[in-house]
Design a protein around this ligand. Sequence first.
Ligand code: FE2
Length: 350
Amino acid sequence: MFFQQVVDGGCLSYVVGCPTTCTAIIIDPALNQTDRYLGILSREGLRLRYIIETHTHADHFSAARSLRAQTDAPIVMHRSGRAPYVDMHVEDGHTLAVGELRPVFLHTPGHTADSMCVYVNDRVFTGDTLLIDSTGRTDLPSGDPDKLYDSLFGKLLKLESATLVYPAHDYKQRTHSSIAQELENNPRLQKRDRNEFVAMMNSLNLAAPTHLTEALRTNLTGGKTVRQLLAEAAAQTPFMSLDELARRLEQKANDFVILDVRERDAYLAGHVPGARHLPRGQLELRVDEAFPDPDLEILTVCEFGKISTLAAATLRELGFRRTVALDGGMKMWREGGKPIESGDSPSAAS
Ligand SMILES: [Fe+2]
């Protein structure tokens, strides 16, 4: 069996393959590792057959859709998963044919209602149901400590004690554990009485995961993350360095326009000398009146370099083919001691 764990901070995902038939599955892929999965599959000569999500993640962005777009492999989730983009729903006891591998699904609600574990050969991928020395939390949407108790003590922990445990998270650089080790060492599993276990889970008072709202929004709806939007805009846009802009200021070319897209207050407080002002929010509506000539070289500028990238991508889409964005923003320009002008620019119509 081909097996590779992909570590992304505290998130663990897995590529598991059948070398005989050159087929593979990916479990719980993370969005910013998409290129790495594709690289592993290609390096190993494996074709991706299924993308498996152990549950709806609230703490990281899933790569399921970006992998599907590039491999055509269907996305598999438990029947109660609500995401509209799932291609195949499975239930407790179902299995998939992946060459000679037969991954078996165990429905293990508790961390979320749609949580499941995936059992393959000698190991079980536990998602967030069982972690090394811990368990998934039960205080996020659809979590239920009573159900987690049943899933753990009534199902998962009854697997052969030598079964290897590969969770979806570990924050201490551990790679795996086993059912026997967890039964012996996992502090949360020492509460074998249901009421004690539930009371413990209800009193954890954990902080909400970073990006909770955004992760649930994108994982449940199939929408894009803000980072994806920015990356797509950046991929369509060339950039200009701060030093190149300083050099251009001295040249004073007639067909070069610096366009500050921040709000008016920020622009008046200090901008690149000669910069014109058109806030991002009014860009599409006022651009034709502001720039009758689509052949101008337009450099978009904002505070941190993100909104200016979105603005540059929009201008390119509208036909201003020479638009570039400043690499960095006004913050770096100011901190670099470059020239600043405040108030309305004499040469710029706002
Ligand atoms: Fe989770």
